[in-house]
Write a protein that binds this ligand. Structure first.
Ligand code: NAI
Length: 405
């Protein structure tokens, strides 16, 4: 049984606990997000920590717990972790950026149909006792053109689903992407805007995407077309969108993300888009499904397993990435060091003095740290593994060194 203890906070999906326990780790689940003070008391007994979005992993917590081997954010964002400090003290931080891809794509499919049939307005009217049975302005999505802006994980998944419903798909991306199915790339955003009956945004939040859909772009969209934004709130200028809706240039929109969002379910939500015709507003739930939570639990637990058992840091958001498979008949050591000239020579010197033979070495660096994984044959060595690790740990450039478990 491994001695590694893992704490999973904030009601992380129990599948993560099951998976990690099956690997022989001791896993404790807690429901709440501990305060800084509580984390400082809890963490000395754990080597790995899983959180969601409510825990604040401050510099103080991380600096006082440099023994932590890894942190996992069982969500998409990692703003709640002081990543610079985590790197500085040698703690790779993993997340699950793509486990909810399908959930977002499905929401957009639902919204295209709902907008096309004014479903939400009709439902609200029926709830109020108003019976409006009419085909006016209600259309099928079959044969219509969907314009996808940002043809990454979500955009391309949506492309497949839309074509399965008989839609035409055009897309625009700043990076050249392989079109899936019969989707057609557009070289210019304006070409997409002019062609699409539905425009759906799937770009990241960057300086280039801030307000990328403003008055100019909205009025280049086809009259009566629909806008869907389940990407990031800053991508659409809300004042301009309200204008395009009020002037009946757009037939409606579905917005899941907003420039300013309430911090919790206890806060109220205000938007100038409220109470406009055929406008669907949802509280940033694009990726929020039980399936996505399950997939996130599995994805981060698998990142922990691979890191602990092979040293793989692929997918870590703050660490040089190394992707490795487990090896038998070698002793594997992970070392995090300050990225300074001569550090590798120094480390190899300790290994050579110990009489160990280097079977393989994997190194990845960023501007601040180097991450080195070494496979050693130590049958004829003069020192034990722990003695060698002790020596390396005494180097002024060492941040963290330990054996892969
Ligand atoms: P991704 O990184 O796989 O794809 C983004 C694509 O946008 C890439 O192909 C990239 O080349 C392209 N892109 C970047 N800048 C662009 C620009 N200026 N113009 C055109 N294309 C550009 O990301 P993924 O996973 O598909 O996510 C897309 C968005 O969805 C992100 O903003 C993410 O935060 C958001 N999201 C929202 C969720 C929700 O709950 N509503 C849940 C999950 C993701």
């Amino acid at each position: 049984m491994s001695k590694i203890k893992i704490l999973l906070a904030e009601s992380i999906h129990p599948v993560a606990q099951e998976k990690l326990q099956a690997e022989g780790y001791v896993v404790d689940l807690i429901k709440h997000a501990p305060s800084e003070e509580e984390y400082l008391k809890l963490l000395p007994q754990y080597q790995v920590l899983g959180i969601r979005s409510k825990s604040e992993l401050t510099a103080k917590i991380l600096k006082q717990n440099p023994h932590l081997l890894a942190v996992g954010a069982f969500c998409i964002g990692t703003n709640q972790v002081d990543l610079a400090t985590a790197t500085e003290v040698g703690i790779p931080t993993f997340n699950a950026p793509h486990s909810n891809t399908r959930s977002v794509a499905e929401l957009v499919v639902a919204e295209m149909i709902a907008l096309s049939r004014q479903l939400c307005d009709r439902s609200s009217m029926a709830h109020r006792g108003e019976w409006v049975k009419s085909a006016d302005g209600s259309r099928e999505v079959r044969g219509k053109t969907l314009g996808i802006i940002g043809y990454g994980h979500i955009g391309s998944q949506l492309s497949i689903l839309a074509e399965a419903m008989g839609m035409r798909v055009v897309f625009y991306d700043v990076v050249k992407k392989l079109p899936l199915g019969n989707a057609q790339p557009k070289n210019k955003l304006d070409e997409l805007l002019a062609a699409a009956d539905f425009v759906s945004l799937h770009v990241p939040e960057t300086p280039e995407t801030k307000n990328m859909i403003s008055k100019d772009q909205l009025f280049k969209m086809k009259k009566g077309s629909f806008l869907i934004n389940a990407s990031r709130g800053t991508v659409v200028n809300i004042d301009d969108l309200v204008l395009a809706l009020k002037e009946n240039h757009l037939g409606g929109c579905a917005i899941d993300v907003f420039p300013v969002e309430p911090a919790s379910n206890k806060e109220s939500f205000k938007s100038d888009l409220q109470n406009l015709k055929n406008v669907i507003l949802t509280p940033h739930i694009g990726g929020s499904t039980e399936e996505a939570q399950y997939a996130i639990g599995l994805e981060v637990a698998e990142s922990f397993r691979k890191f602990l058992q092979t040293g793989t840091t692929a997918g870590a958001v703050n660490f040089p990435n190394v992707d490795l498979v487990a090896k038998t008949n070698v002793i594997r050591i992970m070392n995090v060091h300050k990225n300074e000239p001569g550090v590798l020579g120094e480390l190899n010197g300790y290994i050579s003095e110990a009489g160990a033979n280097i079977q393989a070495q994997y190194l990845s660096t960023d501007s601040k740290i180097g991450y080195l994984v070494v496979d050693l044959e130590m049958d004829k060595a003069k020192l034990s593994v722990s003695q060698l690790i002790d020596k390396i740990q005494k180097s002024t450039r060492n941040i963290k060194t330990h054996q892969v478990f």
